[in-house]
Design a protein around this ligand. Sequence first.
Ligand SMILES: [Zn+2]
Length: 161
Amino acid sequence: MAVIPIRELPDPVLRQKAKRVRNIDGSIRKLIADMVETMHAAPGVGLAAPQVGVPLRVVVIGMPEDEDIAIINPQIIRRTGERLVNEGCLSIPGYVGEIKRAELVRVKGRDQNGKEIRIKADELLAQALEHEIDHLNGVLYIDHLESQDKLRKIEPEETQL
Ligand SMILES: [Zn+2]
């Protein structure tokens, strides 16, 4: 396992649409292991493969006190409700912005053994899933800001995604 440098704006890989993973093989499992280590080292609670320079549809999530989750080819199948959240991103260090996210999301994808997984999430997990899946489409949270004055400097205890 290895910690990989996290790509930051304006790196163009962050604006690419990531490709679907066709074969879930050893190279994908190695990527996931490296992404999990990189996420924890940052520290952050989620990471998408483009953030380590790999334009593939792979995300990892590491909620405090929960097991790490890796999702390959994740898809949001349902979004419900709306709420205001503060959000930061490891690829845009030093800032957080206030944006709207869903209250509840349902996501499906594959785990690292190729088995289908479905996740029903609320709160920080729902926010992290939306944030990381946005990364796979080249979308960053700053794209969801209603105006630039919704962006501010991060406080030390705030979470980054
Ligand atoms: Zn991010």
